[in-house]
Ligand binder design. Structure first.
Ligand code: UTP
Length: 284
């Protein structure tokens, strides 16, 4: 049903400097895969066939990552390293199904998404932020499976005192999994937060959102915000939040990134036992 996905990767990643000075944040690896590859695989699992990357300066490593590396493939082939060769070949998508558009300045997530408008057309599209990494079932697939039109966000319940770090939903009816979104507040103080239901970086948006984004209105931080454009659609189109089954890690922060590496390491058959023992010794 959702055939296209946008991956905004045009941000500066300032919280991760100096690592992100010359390397995109989205290429940071969790165990053995860059963040962006997890996001692409999650979208592919949901049936997405066209992958649109909104890039910026210093992001060419992402284009190279999703392309043939003839020298590497030839060398692995000549050395008989078939498993490694399959690994680098299997992750390639059909020719013509990967698109790149450049966000000329990091003017915000809404601006990045808007830059992809000519590649999207008149159908709903998924948006995935690779720095929100999800361990478990494909979050986008869970969203697509529940999608009945309109706009949709992935949501999770956060401790009340953390509402100031997230976009927070003003909920309507809520069956424990699907919540109707009646309002969105960006990073509210716990004292004024309408709930503790937080938006994470997975969206399905309708073409009308691009029309709203075209007004280029600046919001928090002087940036063009996707949540502001989504909030403007409330009342005009259905807007739902989906509580997903996986566990989300904020890999845009150093602590979240380290936690993701430990959690994905403990989830990996080849390293679980050794990592578990090492952590046990380390923590006494
Ligand atoms: P963040 O809010 O994490 O911003 O963006 P950032 O610039 O990447 O990182 P910090 O805060 O400076 O450390 C969330 C997502 O939106 C993309 C980012 O690449 C990231 O995937 N983004 C953000 C853009 O594509 N363009 C922008 O102008 C801003």
């Amino acid at each position: 049903m959702i055939k296209k996905a946008i991956f905004p990767v045009g941000g500066l990643g300032t919280r991760f400097l100096p690592a992100t000075k010359a390397m995109p944040k989205e290429m940071l690896p969790v165990v053995d895969k860059p963040l962006i590859q997890y996001a692409v695989e999650e979208a592919a699992e949901a049936g997405v066939e066209e992958f649109i990357f909104v890039t910026g300066r210093n992001k060419t490593a992402i284009e190279d990552h999703f392309d043939h590396s003839f020298e590497l493939e030839a060398t692995l082939g000549a050395k008989g390293k078939d498993e490694a060769l399959d690994l680098v070949k299997d992750m390639l998508h059909n020719p013509g199904s990967v698109f790149y558009v450049r966000q000329q300045q990091p003017a915000g997530l809404g601006h990045a998404v808007w830059c992809a408008r000519h590649l999207v057309g008149s159908e709903p599209v998924a948006v995935l932020l690779a720095d929100d990494l999800i361990l478990g079932a494909s979050c986008v697939k869970e969203m697509v499976d529940s999608y009945k039109g309109g706009n949709m966000v992935a949501v999770m319940d956060v401790p009340h005192q953390q509402t100031g770090s997230y976009g927070i939903v003003k909920p309507g009816t809520d069956d424990g999994r699907i919540v109707q979104v009646e309002g969105l507040v960006e990073k509210p103080d716990p004292s004024s937060a309408p709930s503790n239901i937080a938006v994470v970086g997975r969206y399905i948006i309708t073409p009308e959102v691009f029309e709203t984004l075209a007004a280029q209105e600046r919001g928090a931080g002087g940036e063009i915000q996707l949540t502001d454009a989504l909030a403007k659609q409330i009342g005009k189109a259905p807007f739902t939040g989906v509580r997903f089954s996986g566990e989300r890690f904020d890999c845009g922060s150093k602590l979240g990134f380290l936690q993701a590496n430990v959690a994905f390491g403990l989830n990996n058959d080849q390293m679980r036992d050794e990592l578990h023992d090492w952590l046990g010794e380390r923590l006494g």
